[in-house]
Every structure is written in structure tokens, then in C-alpha cells.
Design a protein around this ligand. Structure first.
Ligand code: NAI
Length: 261
């Protein structure tokens, strides 16, 4: 448990399911009051709220599209109105959209950039402006991907959004490091969530994915949430501008594992 998180407040975008849900649940377990942002499925969000409240935690659901500035501002307002403060903003919402680059329309490109990259800009800026205004400690965590490092044909828009997330994280970490604000990223590998449920449901493609992972298994959302809790806490007080890879070794060039090359 991270005692310093007791009574602090977090906004987690896209947290009605998947990795975001586990982050919301873990931070609430640590004693944080959490705003659970959802895009369209209010029932899913309510399930998360019920679960957290059943465990004795405090949480509220708030609809919002992270690519729209007004919606992002409303997430901040909800945190301040319901819980009276903001300490942490987790930019988790993200989408993938397979399309070979030569067939990708500008809309298909733009949609992924709008959510994964512009959403991250809007969320970070809402939080950072608030931290600066209050001259307070502040913390931002961006959920990136191993594809901030690994090229991914058919997902150019996604890989570009995540490599953008990496440099955005580093740049604003540097920009605000003297102002008591830390900014870090988490790069998950293959984690079992709805985003890749179809791929993982097929035995052959699941095995193809596992073959890319030195630890030879798909990751759990709770394993990503554990990294988020550490970055949220003062235990990581001297860490900023970093990406933590939670990927079972996927970025370790697994094809070199037997001393080849
Ligand atoms: P998911 O599809 O279960 O969750 C994504 C969440 O984002 C959903 O709740 C969805 O409603 C929300 N969302 C989508 N568009 C939104 C918008 N415009 N505004 C607000 N919310 C929106 O997927 P998962 O896996 O939990 O993804 C979470 C993050 O982790 C994403 O940024 C994804 O790119 C990243 N990631 C996931 C990996 C995986 O293997 N599952 C691997 C690497 C990164």
C-alpha cells in the first residue's frame, strides 16, 4: 500500500473497462478518490463504480470524449466539484484501427491521432494548468504502448500516436520539472483486454502473439495498474519523463533469445 495516496484524487480516462478499469480500481484501493471517465457505455462505468464502492472506495463516473476539449474540462470540473482537488491525471483512453497505410483514409488516420495523441495533450494540459494555478504537486501518467518503440505495419496511425506520446511525455516532464509536476508513461505489451479480445480469442493468433513475448504469456491489466500505482505514489518521487515497459520482455528483441545474431 502507498499511504501517501490516501485522500488524493485522480481522473482516469477510458476507465470503464480494460487497463483503465484496473488502474481506477487499484488507485481506489490505495485510498484515492477516482473519476471514472467513459465514452459511451454508462453501464460498464457504473459497474466499476459499484465495485469500488463495495470495496469501501470512492468513485464517480463521468462521460466524456477525450478528443473534445469541453469534455476534458468537464472531467476536471467533476473531480474538483465531487472531491475538491486533483492530484493525478491518467491518460489511458486509446483506440486501434487496422488498415494498411496505402488504404488508410485521412479520417481513419485522424481518429486515432485525435483520441490517442490529441486526447493526451488535452488531458495533460487540463491537469497541468490546474496544478500550476494552485502551485501544487502534480502527477500525469500517459498510457503509451510498446509501439512507441516497435514499428507496427497496418497500424501506422497507432504507432505514430504512441511514439508521439513518448516524446510528449518527455518534453512536458522537462518543461514542468521545476514546478513540482512529474510526467511519466507506461508502455504495456500484449495485455488481455477488449482492445485485442478478437485476436486473443483465436488460438493461432494468440500463439503468434505469445511467440513475441519472452515471458511466454499475455499480461494482466492488474500488472499495468501496479506500475501506475507506483508512479502515482511518492515511492517514485525522483522519476520523471520515463516510460516503464510492462511487456513481459517484448521490447527485448526476443528473436535474439538463443544467442542468435
Ligand atoms: P480497451 O479498448 O479495453 O479500453 C480503451 C478505453 O478507452 C475504453 O474504455 C474506451 O471506451 C475508451 N475510449 C476510446 N475512445 C475514447 C474517447 N474518445 N474518449 C474517452 N474514452 C475513450 O483497451 P485497453 O487495452 O484497456 O487500452 C487502454 C490503453 O492501453 C490504450 O491507450 C491502449 O492503446 C493501451 N495499450 C493497450 C495494450 C493491450 O494489449 N491491451 C497494449 C499497449 C497499449
Amino acid at each position: 500500500m502507498y499511504q501517501d495516496l490516501q485522500g488524493k484524487v485522480a481522473v482516469i480516462t477510458g476507465s470503464s473497462r480494460g487497463i483503465g478499469r484496473s488502474i481506477a480500481e487499484r488507485l481506489a484501493k490505495e485510498g484515492m478518490q477516482v473519476v471514472v471517465n467513459y465514452h459511451s457505455n454508462s453501464e460498464e462505468a457504473q459497474e466499476v463504480i459499484n465495485y469500488i464502492q463495495d470495496q469501501g472506495g470512492q468513485a464517480i463516473a463521468q462521460q466524456g470524449d477525450v478528443s473534445l476539449e469541453d469534455d476534458v474540462q468537464s472531467l476536471l470540473r467533476t473531480a474538483l466539484h465531487e472531491f475538491g482537488r486533483l492530484d493525478l491525471w491518467v491518460n489511458n483512453a486509446g483506440v486501434e484501427n487496422y488498415q494498411p497505410t496505402e488504404r488508410m483514409s485521412l479520417n481513419e488516420w485522424q481518429k486515432v491521432i485525435d483520441i490517442n495523441l490529441n486526447g493526451l495533450f488535452l488531458g495533460s494540459m487540463a491537469a497541468i494548468r490546474h496544478f500550476l494555478k494552485n502551485n501544487q504537486y502534480g502527477n500525469v501518467i500517459n498510457i503509451s504502448s510498446v509501439h512507441e518503440r516497435i514499428p507496427w505495419p497496418g497500424f501506422t496511425n497507432y504507432a505514430v500516436s504512441k511514439s508521439g506520446a513518448k516524446m510528449f511525455t518527455k518534453t512536458i516532464a522537462l518543461e514542468y520539472s521545476k514546478r513540482k509536476i512529474r510526467v511519466n508513461a507506461i508502455a504495456p505489451g500484449a495485455i488481455d483486454t477488449p482492445i485485442n479480445a478478437e485476436k486473443l480469442a483465436d488460438a493461432t493468433s494468440q500463439q503468434e502473439t505469445i511467440d513475441l513475448i519472452p515471458m511466454a504469456r499475455i499480461g494482466k491489466t492488474q500488472e499495468v495498474a501496479a506500475a501506475a500505482a507506483w508512479l502515482a505514489s511518492q515511492e517514485s518521487s525522483y522519476v520523471t519523463g520515463e516510460t516503464i515497459f510492462v511487456d513481459g520482455g517484448m521490447t527485448l528483441y526476443p528473436s535474439f533469445a538463443e544467442g542468435k545474431g
